[in-house]
Each structure stands twice: as C-alpha cells, then as structure tokens.
Ligand binder design. Structure first.
Ligand code: UDP
Ligand code: MG
Length: 311
C-alpha cells in the first residue's frame, strides 16, 4: 500500500488545528488506497496549540507532532516537517486551511502521470491586500532578474513531491532556506496545477511585514550573488567613464589649452582610484561569494535514479 504525508507548520493556530485534522482525515477516508500520516510541526506556539496537538496525537497514531522548543519561522518549521516525514508522497500546506487538502486527488493524478514535483499555483487570492499582491509581483520579477532560478508566479509553499525529492531537499544544509526556490532548483519532473486560495479558516496571519522582509532577504541572499557582482560592474563603469573623461581632458588641455591647471588630473585620479578600489573589492567579493557557496553546504549533485548500480 502506498503512503502519503501531509506536512504543515503550526504557530499559534489553536482555533484551526481541529478543523485541519477533520479536513485531512476526510481526505484520507475518501482515498483508502493510501496510508496517511499527518505531520505537524509546532513552531514554538504560545497558545493552546501544544495541548491540542498532543491530544490529537494521543487519540490518532497517524498524527505525528514535532514541538520545536522555540519559534524558528515558517520555512524552518516546514523543513523540520519535511525531514520527519516518511511516506512515498508528501504534501506541504499551511495549517490555516488556505491551501485545501482536498487537492490531494489532483496531486495523485499528476503523480500517476509521472511527475515528481507538483506546485500548486493560486488563481484567486481573496482578502489579500493590494500591497501584498504588488510587493509579491515586484519581488518575483526582481529575483528572476538577479538569480538563476525562475520562481513560479503566485506559488507559495503548497506543493506535493515524491520521496526521492524529499530526500534531496534534506541534503540542502543551508541555514536560511527559501524552500520555494529550492524546489525549483532541484529539477526532477515538475508541473503546476491551479487552485483557488481560500480565506484563512480562523485566527490572524502570522506573517508580519518583518517576517516577509526576512523571507525576501533570505531568497536574495541564498540564491543570488548579484549584489557582489554589482561591485565589479560598477568598477568597469567608473573606469570606462574615467577613460572617456581623460580623452576629453587631454584634448582640451593640449589642443585647446583652456583648462584650470590641476583640475583635470584631480578628477581623473579620483575616478581612476575609485574604480581601482571597487575592482579590488569585487575581487575580494568573488572569494567571499565562494566561501558563502561553500558554507551553504549544498550538495554538488543529486540523483533521480540509477540503473545497473547497486543501492
Ligand atoms: N507559521 C509558522 N511559524 C511562523 C509563522 C507562521 O509555523 O513563525 C505557520 C502558520 O501557522 C501557518 C503557515 O505558517 O500554518 C502560514 O502562515 P500564515 O497563514 O500566518 O501566513 P499567510 O498565509 O498570511 O501568508
Ligand atoms: Mg495563511
């Protein structure tokens, strides 16, 4: 029999947990050909989430709970869940029921077609502010420009993936994980399905503006070395400009003899040395970039499957 894990992070969701459990178990009942596991990561909740989760786990052995000792944020909590799941197929979703668990059947039909990563893309986002929609759009465009990954627009952390993809994701040891980027980066056979994003079932958003900015910073800093490259680009621009200016200054000095003595050389030297400093900063930056890559401890490669090789 095949198995499926539902993985969700939970931070102060006392009003939602039981409804989430009810919705997921209803899906489980409808698809008896799968053995279910409900992995919930309590991300250091300060409300009654802990008690409610423990009660559920007591009564239903399919509920697996990981209590983090302190709040680590959505991405880290999600990753803890991914590390602890053990099924053939995995579905990560928000506990607040904005991502309908009922999409399971559609995921399964995509798995049957041979896909290994299935991203769920939102078509509607009710009750989201104009600010959130616009900032997300601009951010995705920016990230596409400065990094080597192309995020799928309107895709959050609602997706399904197979066991081998799960194991690959667990190989990524970088501390600041931007999971929706990693899931694109890993490759495998990927596809997108669409769904209408629901309203939060109850309670309030746990994603403060500060947490959102942090997520954006993690995305840029772990997927792009563009800010470092910018130093090199700037140094070449400065040098190019100084060369043009030098030509002009030399012509006006020697041909037209109409410059204030000393001024030309000061400006020229200033631009030249600024360019030089930027160039060496860029050189140092390149090494820092490599140290950073090394420090991320990403695997050099990961395998889809092998043939005629022993396990
Ligand atoms: N969450 C978490 N830790 C946090 C913030 C949020 O585990 O520090 C969980 C939260 O319980 C929910 C999911 O992450 O299951 C998404 O959070 P939320 O619904 O508040 O974000 P939004 O949908 O408003 O972007
Ligand atoms: Mg939500």
């Amino acid at each position: 029999m095949k198995s499926a894990s539902f993985i969700a992070p939970c931070y102060n969701e006392e009003l939602v947990i039981e409804e989430y459990y009810r919705r997921v178990t209803a899906v489980a009942e409808k698809t008896p050909q799968y053995e279910f596991e409900i992995v919930i990561v309590n991300d250091g909740s300060t409300d009654r989430s802990r008690e409610i989760l423990d009660q559920l786990a007591e009564k239903d052995k399919r509920v697996k709970v990981i209590h983090l000792a302190a709040n680590q944020g959505h991405q880290t909590a999600l990753f803890a869940g991914i590390e602890h799941a053990s099924s053939d197929i995995n579905i990560v979703l928000d506990l607040d029921l904005q991502d309908p668990p009922e999409l399971f059947e559609e995921f399964v039909s995509k798995f049957d077609e041979g896909y290994q990563v299935i991203h769920a893309q939102r078509t509607k986002r009710p009750n989201e502010t104009f600010f959130k929609l616009m900032s997300a759009k601009i951010f995705y465009k920016l990230l596409k420009f400065i990094s080597n990954i192309e995020l799928i627009e309107n895709c959050g952390d609602f997706r399904a993936f197979t066991k081998e993809v799960r194991e690959t994701i667990c190989l990524f040891k970088e501390k600041h994980k931007f999971l929706r980027g990693l899931f694109v980066l890993v490759g495998y056979r990927q596809t997108v399905i669409q769904y209408d994003r629901d309203k939060r079932y109850s309670g309030e958003t746990k994603y403060t503006l500060f947490k959102m900015l942090n997520l954006a910073a993690d995305a840029v800093l772990s997927f792009s070395q563009f800010p470092i490259r910018l130093i090199l680009i700037m140094s070449f621009i400065m040098w190019g400009a100084s060369l043009i200016y030098l030509t002009k200054a030399l012509i006006s000095h020697f041909v037209f003899s109409q410059t204030i003595p000393g001024w030309t050389s000061i400006i020229f030297l200033q631009v030249f040395f600024t360019g030089l400093i930027l160039f060496f900063m860029a050189t140092i930056g390149t090494y820092i970039g490599r140290v950073f890559e090394q420090g991320q401890q990403r695997p050099a490669y990961w395998i889809d499957y092998k043939k005629n090789l022993d396990e």
